[in-house]
Design a protein around this ligand. Sequence first.
Ligand code: NI
Length: 234
Amino acid sequence: MVKKIVPVFLLAILTALCLTGGDAVPAEGGAEIPAGEKYVALTFDDGPRRCTTERLLDGLKERGARATFFLIGQQIEDNADLVARMAEEGHQVGNHTWSHQRLDSVLPDAAAQEVARTDAALEALLGEGEYWLRPPYGQVAEGADFDVPMVKWSVDPRDWESRDTGKVTQAILDCVKPNSILLLHDIYPTSVEAALRVVDRLQAEGYWFVTVEELLWLNGVTPEPGRMYRTGRG
Ligand code: NI
C-alpha cells in the first residue's frame, strides 16, 4: 500500500491516477484529484490556537490530508504564520465571524460587520479570494444575504462536550460515510488527536481527505453564494 505522506509524492500519485483515465477535477492547490474514490471533508472551527492548531497542521501534513479551517477573525493576527501555512499546505480557509457571534441573534448590520471584518483580515493576509462562511452554531437569520457559500456539517461528534479522544474518534467512525462533512474544533488537544486517528483509520479504508470546496466539485456541485451546504452532495 502506498503511503500518502510527502506532498510531492502525492502529486506524482495523483498525476499517475489521472493519466490512467477517469475524470479529474481541478483543485485549489493545483494538483488533480481522481474522481470515483471515497472522499470526506474534515472541518475545524474556532481556531486558530497556536498550541493545538500547529500540532494538527503537522499531523495533516505527515498524512497528506487536507482540511477546511473556519477561523475566528480576532485570532488571526496573532497566528498569522499558521493561517498562511494553512493556505500554503492546500487547506481551505474560511470565516467563522470576528468574535464567534451568533448571527441570528443580532441586527443584520452587526452580523454583516462580524463577517466583513474577518473577511478583511483574511484578504489582508492571504490575498483577495472567496472565504466561505460557517456561521457559529450553523445559524443565520432568515433572509440573511451573505455573498459566499455557507457550510454546515453532516457529522458532529460534539467534541467540545466530551473532550475525550476515544469518544470523539468513535463517534465519527460510527457515522462517517463518503461525502460527509465532519465538524471538529482545533482548539482542543483531544479533538486534534481524534482527527489524526480518524485520518489514519479512514485512509486505511481508502478514504481521501479533501477540502469542502474540492468535495463539492468532486460531486459535480457548483457552489452558490448564500447557499448552505451540509455534505459533498449539497
Ligand atoms: Ni464555533
